[in-house]
Design a binder for this molecule. Sequence first.
Ligand SMILES: [Zn+2]
Ligand SMILES: [Zn+2]
Length: 253
Amino acid sequence: MLHLKELFFPPRCGACQELLPVSLQGDISMLCEDCAAQFKKEMMAQCKECFLPIADCRCLPKIMAARGFTAHVKLALFSDTRYATARGLVLHLKQSADMRYYRELARLLRPNLVATMKVAEQGRAASGKLPINRTVIGYLPRTPAQKRRHGVDQAALLAKALAREIGVPLLSLYRRRSGARLQKELSRRERFDNARLSLVLRRKAAKLSLTDCRVVLVDDVITTGASMAAAAELLQASELIGVSIAVTPRAEK
Ligand SMILES: [Zn+2]
Ligand SMILES: [Zn+2]
């Protein structure tokens, strides 16, 4: 069935913005045929640490591991010069609130995320620790200025789609102080300090006890992992898993 929304806002390719034929029925329907083929190749790019396709790998930056993350689930690599489809998609989502893209990304992220949670559970059972009672999803919000400028908080929308996809609650855990500097303007060391200063736990979230919870934290792109690490420091979760659409290849960090 064609939804009214699609008549007025016909779907466009999430990467190259070309209009999509209404009848398009590929396994990646948010992208045109060429971009879908390209994105599948990008998801197969080999992780340099575990040698798995990037969409199956769970490797994470040291700074995240040091703060309790057990895995980072992502779909593709993000680079200024290569991986044009992932890059086009991420840049487009910074100003698109169209849930069709986010729902599809959540669907693509689901298998590895669910498998990661199962692996963690088995590890826990083997270690004799208490099982995790529940999983919740949180996200790293944009700064108020960014949100005003673009009208979209892409990490929040991806987290919302992912929460629905795997059937767990979505929590708004953080807010950002206005006046925070943009992470991309900073050096690696400055990023962690800046993220720590700019991220604040919401008052309601501060009252929650997450010590028996697995928290899945969502962002659009993970570059150094500094923001994720800073976010983790504010929580006391039983387990942390990072999720993003893309990750910057290690050599470019
Ligand atoms: Zn396209
Ligand atoms: Zn890996």
